[in-house]
Design a protein around this ligand. Structure first.
Ligand SMILES: Cc1cc2nc3c(=O)[nH]c(=O)nc-3n(C[C@H](O)[C@H](O)[C@H](O)COP(=O)(O)OP(=O)(O)OC[C@H]3O[C@@H](n4cnc5c(N)ncnc54)[C@H](O)[C@@H]3O)c2cc1C
Length: 396
């Protein structure tokens, strides 16, 4: 299926394509293709490059430092970025807390936080999940008790992505333990990560990588001015943010690029397989992935351009997109066979000489497939999304 773009859209695409030519440093592009967790240095350097062109927050309104482009142009821009293997920009500031601050924050908070999110000088992390409070976020136990002009924060977060990079965290905490979160028990706070009462401990995931952490709070004092919006409305702000997270997590432009690379890999591997690969099966699996991706792209475009048509659409997109990523990674590992078992850690993948030995796609592939097990868990597990669809869409 081919999408037809207008002449104006095509002109826009070509202007972006020209401007992006040679912009991504080759080693960064290789690490992106290999699916390495981005280093802080890469994230910062790429954010700066994008910021200098006014593109760090392409999807934001102009008044806050975005481009003011239409959603379709943002989509085209992201396709062109993916096509040149540009790394993702840091997610938590630009995608999550930034829009929350300019939508619900005070003028002072906008001035204080937005500029450094745009430049990438401040990195953020998201402190929602806690032990036993992931799917059941409403049961979270971290407390923020008001003492004068401060909240005193005690508790623990878990699975906090990039907490070890982050300068600041946005988090949910109980400011009222007498009422449930949905009825005013939770608030949304922002805090610096260098407070002495904060301890960050790494969690090494199944791919042997370090991207997630545990974060402990012991009497962390947060000024009351660091609250977003009103005390007690944390649940509403979290819902706003999680809805955005599930749609942006569809990552259609990146999935399209991954499919191009997967097809190239399949051609090479089938050519060299001497009959050890079942060619019909490989072609069938690629066709299925392509059909699902086409459908996903149409659904995402309908959503971003036409506005939401279904209360549960963000959940449906999250399910399809996350499973697609897993299917692509599984096929890639099946294609390279036993070579996929060789383990390369992130430090290996940062070495440029490694790219020269096996085909570039081999190192890191198995680790990537293992890490992508997490896509059906984070941003709300797929079982939870199915529950939301059953309830909101079908009233079950
Ligand atoms: C790589 C990674 C990065 C993450 N990054 C962050 C982050 O930056 N910040 C953050 O706050 N959190 C983060 N998370 C946490 C993530 O949001 C939670 O792991 C997720 O919401 C699931 O919660 P849980 O781990 O407590 O599992 P549980 O809620 O205990 O679920 C365990 C299993 O039970 C199933 N289940 C639970 N309840 C139901 C139900 N009602 N119906 C059907 N099935 C159910 C789940 O689907 C899952 O399969 C991250 C997680 C991972 C793996």
């Amino acid at each position: 299926m081919n999408l037809q773009f207008s002449d104006e859209d095509e002109r826009f695409r070509h202007s972006i394509r020209d401007a992006l030519k040679d912009l991504v440093p080759p080693d960064m592009a290789r690490r992106t293709r290999q699916g390495v967790h981005p280093t802080k240095a890469d994230l910062k350097a790429w954010n700066r490059i994008m910021y200098e062109r006014g593109w760090a927050a392409a999807h934001w309104p102009k008044e806050y430092g975005g481009t003011g482009w239409s959603p379709l142009h943002v989509h085209i821009f992201e396709e062109e970025l993916a096509a040149v293997d540009a790394p993702f920009l840091s997610y938590f500031g630009l995608r999550l807390v930034g829009p929350l601050i300019f939508t619900f924050g005070t003028e002072k908070q906008k001035k204080q936080y937005i500029p450094d999110i745009l430049t990438g000088d401040t990195f953020w992390c998201q402190g929602f999940s806690e032990p036993s409070s992931g799917s059941d976020l409403a049961s979270l136990r971290t407390t923020a008790v008001r003492e004068g002009d401060e909240y005193v924060l005690n508790g623990q977060k878990i699975w906090t992505t990039e907490a070890h990079y982050a300068d600041k965290m946005f988090c949910l905490a109980r400011t009222n333990t007498e009422v449930p979160p949905q009825k005013g028990g939770l608030s949304f706070l922002m805090l610096p990560m260098d407070d002495p009462g904060i301890q960050v401990r790494p969690i090494i995931t199944i791919d042997e990588g370090h991207s997630v952490n545990e974060v402990f709070f012991e009497n962390v004092r947060v000024p009351v001015t660091n609250i977003i919006g009103e005390e007690g409305r944390g649940w509403d702000y979290a819902k706003f943010l999680l809805g955005n997270e599930r749609v942006t997590n569809a990552h259609v432009p990146r999935a399209k690029r991954d499919l191009v690379l997967l097809k190239q890999m399949a051609e090479t591997e089938l050519r060299n397989a001497n009959g050890t690969l079942d060619e019909d099966d490989v072609r069938r699996r690629i066709a299925k992935i392509e059909i699902d991706l086409d459908g996903l792209e149409w659904a995402v475009l309908r959503e971003v351009i036409g506005g939401s048509r279904s209360p549960a659409i963000a959940s449906a997109l999250k399910i399809v997109a996350s499973e697609l990523q897993q299917h692509m990674a599984e096929l890639a590992v099946d294609l390279i066979g036993a070579r996929g078992r060789v383990y390369y850690d992130e430090a290996d993948l940062e070495r440029n000489d490694l790219a020269a030995s096996p085909p570039e796609y081999v190192p890191g592939l198995a680790a990537r497939q293992l890490f992508l097990r997490a896509t059906t868990i984070y941003a709300g597990s797929n079982e939870i999304q199915r529950g939301i669809i059953a309830k909101q869409q079908f009233g079950l």
